[in-house]
Ligand binder design. Structure first.
Ligand code: UTP
Length: 236
């Protein structure tokens, strides 16, 4: 259970939801994007403080490939991917209407300010050389979030890669220290795909921010995680 404020049906959380571009934008899934917008508003109406960070998915990777073929350097490749992630964030924000922030924040301070005014924030990337996992972790640190949920294309963290090994077992709970061993610490490359960026783990570990990795193809899993139900892999 979280150390949270009491609300109508139990407790409220300060949530950062990291929505994988791999699930909403690879290819673009308008129904799933709309379902996430509905979920964000539902959580807000339940009294939770909500911020989302979304990635650019396959379009971001395609733009990175175009930039590579044009011999543009890695920070430039990252920049086009960031622009795509902000477009996806803009789509979600527009669907939120008045409940959402006016525009996609381009700094953590701007995001925190909108959140303090009761708005649902949706961000994309921030700076070249990182991933939106790291952005979500930094935002969680900035606003003192109780919970970070990563909605991804796998049911959680497995003992081995479930796409390659049939005997892979899903882990229900993992400590931050154990997680570091599961993640290969790779140098940043534009477009890299990881279950959770080690840089994000490093940031989350400092405040021991409860983190849940779950399958985001059904947004109802996120509601269950917020209610404290057993789902995905919990890192604590
Ligand atoms: P992500 O890998 O975070 O997006 O960013 P995603 O599409 O949600 O990925 P999945 O679903 O977790 O796999 C895509 C790329 O955008 C650039 C990087 O090149 C990153 O690999 N990026 C993103 C930045 O350079 N800075 C940021 O702050 C965010």
């Amino acid at each position: 259970m979280y150390a949270c404020t009491v609300c109508v049906w139990g407790f409220t959380v300060k949530l950062v939801l990291r929505i994988g571009g791999s699930i909403v934008a690879s290819p673009f899934d308008p129904a799933l994007l709309s379902a996430y917008a509905d979920l964000l508003m539902k959580l807000k109406h339940e009294g939770h403080t909500v911020a989302a960070v979304v990635g650019g998915g396959s379009l971001a990777r395609e733009m990175i490939r175009v930039a590579q073929k044009m011999q543009l350097r890695e920070p430039k490749q990252d920049e086009v991917a960031i622009s795509v992630s902000r477009l996806v964030a803009q789509l979600l924000l527009m669907k939120l209407g008045d409940g959402g922030a006016e525009s996609v924040p381009t700094s953590l301070e701007e995001a925190a300010d909108s959140i303090s005014h009761g708005k649902v924030v949706v961000m994309g990337g921030l700076t070249p050389g990182m991933t939106t996992d790291a952005v979500a972790a930094m935002l969680a640190e900035q606003i003192g979030a109780d919970l970070l949920v990563k909605a991804t294309d796998q049911d959680g963290i497995f003992t081995r890669d479930p796409r390659k090994h049939r005997d892979a077992r899903k882990l229900d709970v993992l400590s931050f220290d154990d997680l570091t061993q599961f993640l290969e610490s790779k140098k940043h490359e534009a477009g890299i795909h990881q279950i959770l960026d080690p840089e994000a783990v490093h940031i989350l570990k400092k405040r021991k921010t409860r983190t849940i990795i779950l399958n985001g193809f059904d947004p109802r899993t996120v509601s269950l995680a917020v209610k404290g139900k057993k789902i995905g892999t919990v890192i604590r």
